[in-house]
Design a protein around this ligand. Structure first.
Ligand SMILES: [Zn+2]
Length: 263
């Protein structure tokens, strides 16, 4: 398993080793005081914003993104996409939930933060619901506010939130216009073609009672930019997800990154 400490150590190390192409900043602190890190990969004007680790138990996407960032930085040269593009990456938004899922077998399926709030139900949006795992009010959690502030400081063209499991892409946004959703569909279809992940039909996106307050709702409604949720790995993988699976995830994320630069 890829520990939180290893994650922080790697962030500090790659920032030093690849200082020409990687920048690192702390965008906030979790309920328990753990650092929430943002890495900027690349020097280009066009930028994309990627987040992961919103749900504690989905513990594979953090090591996958870290390995991928290092791989891109290592091969940085004149013909690299990093000359034209930048990727703002928050590899672990919910470090407390991550540590709980990884270190305590009673919490192996834990997805919330340390206050028992689902960060992915806590963002301000039209269909936000307070109470339960949505939190007392929208943006009540420090993890939520950290991402909101980072998104505000780093304007980007497209936002992707990476989760697990299911190998699917959520693209339909009920609160947004038909025109917005047409663009979402174009991007989702391109990503689906390269990764093999299926598109979740619009009716399934809004079927769940508790489907408000997601990161992608906040981003689409606040900034009007494309905002998609991608679920890596098949449904039968156990929680917390072994970091060995990160090699499968990297393959798909690389295709995804390359495709983003061609949209
Ligand atoms: Zn999730």
């Amino acid at each position: 398993m890829y520990s939180y400490e290893k994650f922080i150590e790697d962030a500090v190390r790659i920032k030093k080793e690849y200082c020409d192409v990687i920048k690192c900043e702390t965008i906030g602190y979790s309920v328990c005081g753990r650092k929430i890190i943002l890495l900027k990969l690349g020097c280009g004007q066009t930028s994309f914003f990627i987040s992961a680790g919103v749900h504690g138990r989905e513990s594979v996407n953090t090591p996958a993104l870290m390995r991928m960032i290092e791989k891109y930085a290592y091969s940085f040269g004149d013909d690299s996409i990093l000359n034209d593009y930048s990727f703002y990456v928050v590899p672990l938004l919910n470090p407390d939930g991550y540590v709980m899922a990884l270190t305590d077998s009673k919490f192996s399926g834990y997805k919330l933060n340390a206050e028992r709030v689902d960060i992915n139900r806590n963002f301000p949006s039209v269909h936000y619901k307070s109470g339960g795992t949505g939190g007392e009010y929208a943006g009540s959690e420090p993890e939520t506010r950290a991402l909101m502030s980072a998104l505000g400081s780093h304007p980007s063209q497209i936002y992707i939130d990476i989760h697990s499991r299911g190998e699917v892409i959520y693209y339909y946004r009920a609160a947004m216009s038909e025109q917005y959703n047409e663009r979402q569909l174009v991007i989702a279809e391109r990503l689906s073609k390269v990764t093999g992940y299926e598109l979740v039909p619009p009716e399934d996106e809004i079927a769940e009672e508790d489907s408000g307050g997601n990161t992608v709702h906040y981003v689409s409604e606040t900034y009007g930019i494309p905002a998609l949720t991608i679920e890596t790995l098949p449904d039968n993988v156990d929680f917390p997800i072994d970091s060995l699976y990160s090699y499968d995830v990297i393959r798909h994320l690389e295709l995804l990154f390359e495709t983003l630069t061609n949209i």
